[in-house]
Ligand binder design. Structure first.
Ligand SMILES: NC(=O)c1ccc[n+]([C@@H]2O[C@H](COP(=O)([O-])OP(=O)(O)OC[C@H]3O[C@@H](n4cnc5c(N)ncnc54)[C@H](O)[C@@H]3O)[C@@H](O)[C@H]2O)c1
Ligand SMILES: O=P(O)(O)OC[C@@H](O)[C@@H](O)[C@H](O)[C@H](O)CO
Length: 539
């Protein structure tokens, strides 16, 4: 069973093994999409394939859409070369339900997969052509939070972005420069409207995308590299930068799922870790729960994506729903389990929920410290949401999610996942920031994680993070064998703890920095200290 158009032509073979195949003519769909694309997505990674592409597949199956998606990959072209091209853009989406049942879907909704690389002339020309089409209504993104950044860990401009500011939209090298150049093509084609929809896990994600694109538009216009009016077009509402909340736990492709598909007879399933560290395979594995809530601002219209389960609402509600999920009810709990899971040698998130201290830790961070500052968004109930996260979704033993995946880029996530709660306590008239005990413990846990030594004293590989070079040197002199005092910890950690970009709040001003240093000292006081500290404060 080969995963390509010829391979799935023998439908019976696949269907007998329980695979749901496209119920539409994939070639016809691709032709119609290429002629009149309505949706382009940036970031051809796992979440896109498990969520966006799968939603469109369902709508195509039911005849609710007549065209599919185009995907552009501007950071890691290997994803397209290794996983899209050899499989005619087909992928297998494996849904691992909490009752142990599994759904296997061959997703055929991706009509074109194009590298976003200005040095590949044909691809870049094609992307410009797509952006010049009247039919294009929306561009979505899953490019990780750092994908929107124009500066490095020290706040210095990234060299690519700085060079692109000066050089103009002709051949940009930076990701956001490339996106801005495509919008410039759309501007030149008649100032056509479009919705730019970040679906990354960052707060006010649309503002991040807007800030980056607007920076290019303004610089280019100022430098005489873009026609007058481009910056105004970006600001005008003709181009919207909607906010969104996205939720679907999508672990990296797992060997157990690969084995399952292989046993069915599916060939050529080998996963790969690309040179840019993306974990890819011809299949994706994810949970069944999914939410995509988007601010309903689509200046060129949109199909009825509600039929695919997407929710559309106003910006204020997206904000509340996103804060509920990212700042309290899911992602902070994930980060707790990621940090302590790496320190305690766990390889599976669901196993951590069987660890009494870790379970208590996340329950306290979520229910006790987080929930009091959550505003009910109205469209999803926070208590029901967190109950489902902690009782069904994260403990789902069939989900092969790992602390190591979630521990990636933690420096970029602490501010939003915990800093907002800290700030809300500080601003509250009824809550006392000094009562926060476990969020500071997670901050200390991350500093302890940066030592890259687990609780048994074995070294482990830190997960990629753009700030590692900036922050690791602060803990480099600290050792489990000769732990210092908490005052000594404070002396070395002060520059990190003062960095509000990392923690999202003024930990010194709020009196939390000393608490973090004390915990760090306890967590690093020899082998087994992480367990002892958890038992003391969360047990
Ligand atoms: N996986 C999940 O459970 C999940 C759920 C909700 C939201 N998200 C959001 O989606 C994002 C992607 O998750 P995924 O599971 O698809 O990850 P992935 O590793 O499978 O794919 C990451 C994608 O981002 C691109 N990328 C990585 N670094 C980049 C950079 N510096 N600049 C531009 N592009 C870059 C990669 O090329 C790839 O297309 C997450 O960072 C998160 O914001 C993920
Ligand atoms: O994707 P990241 O790296 O921002 O965060 C890791 C996980 O917390 C995240 O992917 C969750 O699985 C997701 O947010 C669930 O919807």
């Amino acid at each position: 069973m080969k995963l390509n158009l010829q391979g799935i032509a023998d439908r019976q073979k696949w269907e007998e093994k329980g695979y749901h195949l496209p119920q539409y003519d994939v070639k016809k769909m691709a032709e119609a999409t290429k002629a009149n694309p309505f949706w382009i997505h940036f970031g051809a990674g796992n979440l896109f394939r498990a969520f966006h592409a799968n939603v469109v597949q369902g709508m195509l199956d039911r005849g609710e859409l007549d065209r599919g998606l185009i995907v552009a990959e501007g950071f890691d072209p290997e994803i397209i070369e290794k996983m899209y091209v050899p499989h005619d853009n087909l992928g297998i989406a494996v849904t691992l339900k909490s009752d142990g049942t599994i759904a296997k879907t061959v997703v055929g909704s991706v009509a074109e997969a194009i590298p976003l690389d200005t040095s590949r002339e044909t691809s870049y020309r094609r992307l410009k052509e797509i952006f010049q089409k009247n039919s294009l209504q929306m561009a979505t993104f899953t490019i990780t939070e750092k994908g929107y950044s124009l500066t490095d860990g020290k706040g210095e401009p990234l060299p690519d972005a700085a060079a692109d500011f000066a050089a103009g939209p002709e051949k940009p090298a930076s990701y956001m420069g490339k996106v801005a150049s495509l919008l410039y093509a759309r501007f030149q084609a008649g100032r056509l409207p479009i919705a730019m929809v970040s679906t990354d896990n960052c707060s006010h994600n649309g503002d991040k995308l807007y800030a980056a694109v607007a920076a290019f538009a303004e610089k280019w216009e100022k430098n005489g590299k873009a026609e007058a009016g481009f910056a105004a077009y970006i600001r005008s509402g003709q181009v919207s930068f909607t906010w969104s909340m996205i939720d679907k736990i999508t672990p990296r492709p797992d060997a157990s799922v690969e084995e399952l598909l292989r046993k069915d007879g599916v060939e050529d399933l080998d996963p790969a870790v690309t040179s840019k560290n993306t974990y890819v395979a011809p299949f994706v594995n994810a949970e069944e729960t999914e939410y995509l809530v988007i601010e309903d601002a689509f200046p060129n219209g949109r199909p009825e994506l509600e039929k695919g389960g997407l929710m559309f609402t106003n910006r204020e509600t997206v904000d509340k729903v996103e804060r509920m999920k990212v700042c309290t009810c899911l992602n902070p709990l994930h980060t707790c389990l990621a940090i302590f899971g790496c320190l305690l040698g766990y390889r599976k998130i669901s196993d951590e929920m069987n660890d009494p201290e870790l379970k208590k830790l996340v329950e306290a961070v979520g229910y006790t410290e987080g929930l009091p500052v959550v505003t009910d968004p109205g469209i999803l109930n926070p208590k029901e949401f967190i109950d489902r996260v902690l009782k069904i979704r994260i403990p789902n033993p069939f989900m092969p999610d790992t602390p190591q995946r979630i521990a990636t880029d933690t420096s970029q996530k602490l501010a939003i996942r915990f800093g907002e709660t800290v700030k809300a306590y500080a601003a509250s008239e009824t809550l006392d920031v000094a009562s926060l005990k476990l969020i500071p413990l997670v901050f200390a846990g991350w500093l302890r994680y940066l030592m890259a030594v687990d609780d048994e004293g074995n070294s482990f590989q830190l997960n990629p993070d753009p700030f590692l070079e900036t922050v690791c040197p602060y803990v480099a002199g600290w050792s489990l064998e000769a732990p210092g005092t908490s005052a000594e910890a404070e002396a070395v950690l002060r520059p990190v703890l003062e960095n509000q970009k990392i923690f999202g709040a003024d930990l010194y001003g709020l009196g939390l920095a000393e608490k973090v240093c004390g915990y760090f000292q306890e967590l690093s006081a020899g082998k087994g200290a992480v367990r002892r500290t958890l038992r003391k404060y969360a047990g």
